[in-house]
Write a protein that binds this ligand. Structure first.
Ligand code: SAM
Ligand code: SF4
Length: 458
């Protein structure tokens, strides 16, 4: 019988995975680990021990891409000292640049597109045996092995992402995702529910349903289903304690979906709803499909339905053509909505995205100045919102010992705030009640309430 590449010389081989970018990439990295394990590969934490390095790359912003290039560049030295080392670049930069990445870095052995992951074991075998360098960029998914058995690789995890769909059809004019991740494809609902139930059975308490635009989940499937159905069924059929999801597109956020926040107890009271800009002119140029007042109306409705909901968002500053007045409108929207937290970025050109061709680019200095102003302003709001938590009782899923505060346990409130508190180790994995006593910019501190109505008993 032919040996698997990972078992050459009868020994397991060491796989080092480095993931850049979003939760989708983290999910794919776990999939690589799972696909290579039957071939004898075990994951190591130190790159120096690796026989194979898998880099899962991010191309969403120019800065993220630069990080990937410098990381690949630094691996040249390691490859010189360890010639048998195989280097694989996967993810969005790999999909975008393909064979060009092999030409740019002659120490790279394989470039694997976002839809080539299911073939990784066979391709690696070819690289190992023939010594040839490969660029594999399929434009549709090859036979997908499904996600069965994935839970075994999460090793004691209490929270886990579950991809419900891939790709995106929205073509926001700044965004590379539709070009590197392909068109939107939803997974059948029964398969997702089986995966959540299997995760729950191994101890996972919270799942994060993942997709670029989860609100349009179900499109193109043979069955008739929607994201709202999927939430209701995840809550009633799997036994999972908590459900989160990301990302929602404002244009597809329906009243039915908003109502899930009051109807489904296990749905966490947090919504990430990227607004991108507060100016209608810029939103139209971004091809977002809503106006700032549409967005404000949805926020008002959400807060009406679920007053305790926490809202976070993404904003891009310095989009081509953004004037001081457009930027002021974004700041006005932040002042009015008062998000719990915000992820903000300076616009960067991405290949193939339409905005690359927009002539009226904002100079980097202006963009940088706007970004600093916006981040400083939001930091104040985030702190005020955290301070308003002091004195409240919050349910927290204890995720284990805190790395930041020695001797304390840590977890997240349903609103997705980090809370640290003194508690016995047995509370790990339990849902506990915490009275918030102190607030910082990025976390809360509280007292655990033990006994009836508080923490569960061991
Ligand atoms: N699908 C999600 C959505 O619709 O908002 C997230 C997509 S993207 C992976 C995450 C964030 O990166 C976006 O919300 C946007 O704020 C930011 N982003 C995407 N392309 C960008 C670009 N060219 N320059 C700066 N920021 C960008
Ligand atoms: Fe990119 Fe827009 Fe799709 Fe989000 S919705 S992934 S920003 S194209």
């Amino acid at each position: 019988m032919a040996q698997s590449p990972g078992e050459i010389a009868g020994k397991p081989r060491h796989l080092y995975i480095r993931t850049f970018g979003c939760q989708m990439n983290e999910y794919d990295s776990l999939r690589v680990q799972r696909l290579l394990a039957p071939h004898g590969y075990i994951v190591v934490q130190e790159i120096a021990e690796a026989d194979v390095v898998f880099l899962n790359t991010c191309a969403v912003r120019e800065k993220a891409e630069q990080k990937v290039f410098s990381f690949i560049g630094r691996l040249r030295k390691l490859k010189r000292t360890k010639p048998h080392l195989k280097l694989i670049a996967g993810g969005c930069v790999a999909q975008q640049l393909g064979a060009k990445l092999l030409s740019r870095f002659d120490h790279l052995d394989m470039v694997l597109g976002t839809r080539g992951i299911s073939s990784i074991a066979q391709l690696l075998e070819r690289v190992e045996i023939d010594g040839k360098r490969i660029a594999c960029l399929p434009d549709s998914d090859s036979a997908d092995p499904g996600e069965e058995g994935r839970e075994a690789f999460l090793e004691g995890a209490l929270t886990a992402p579950v991809t419900i769909m891939q790709g995106c059809n929205n073509f926001c004019t700044y965004c590379i995702v539709p070009y590197v991740r392909g068109p939107e494809r939803s997974r059948p609902s029964d398969e997702i529910l089986r995966e959540i139930a299997a995760l729950e059975a191994t101890g996972v308490r919270e799942v994060l349903l993942l997709g670029q635009n989860v609100n349009s989940y179900g499109m193109g499937l043979k069955e008739e289903t929607t994201f709202v159905d999927l939430i209701h069924r995840s809550a009633s059929e799997t036994g999972i304690s908590r459900i989160r999801f990301t990302t929602s597109h404002p244009k597809d956020l329906t009243d039915d979906l908003m109502r899930c926040f009051s109807e489904v107890d296990s749905l966490c009271k947090h919504l990430h709803l990227p607004v991108q800009s507060g100016s209608d002119r810029i939103l139209a140029r971004m091809n977002r499909g809503y106006t700032a007042s549409d967005y404000r109306a949805k926020i008002r409705r959400l807060r009406e339905i679920c007053p305790e909901i926490a809202l976070t968002s993404d904003v891009i500053v310095g989009f081509p053509g953004e004037t001081d007045e457009d930027f002021r409108q974004t700041m006005d929207l932040l002042a009015e909505v008062r998000f719990e937290n915000l992820f903000s970025f300076r616009y960067s050109d991405r290949p193939k995205a339409k905005a690359v061709l927009f002539p009226d680019k904002v100079d980097p200095e202006t963009g940088g100045r706007r970004l600093v102003a916006l981040q400083e302003y939001q930091a104040g709001i985030t702190l005020q919102k955290n301070l308003a938590e002091v004195g409240l009782f919050r349910e927290v899923l204890t995720e284990g010992a805190s790395k930041a505060s020695r001797g304390q346990m840590t977890g997240r409130t349903t609103q997705n705030r980090i809370a640290n508190f003194d508690a016995p180790a047995w509370t790990s994995g339990k849902m506990v009640k915490v009275k918030i006593t102190t607030a910082y910019s990025h976390s809360l501190v509280g007292d655990i309430i033990l006994g009836p109505g508080g923490a569960a008993c061991p």
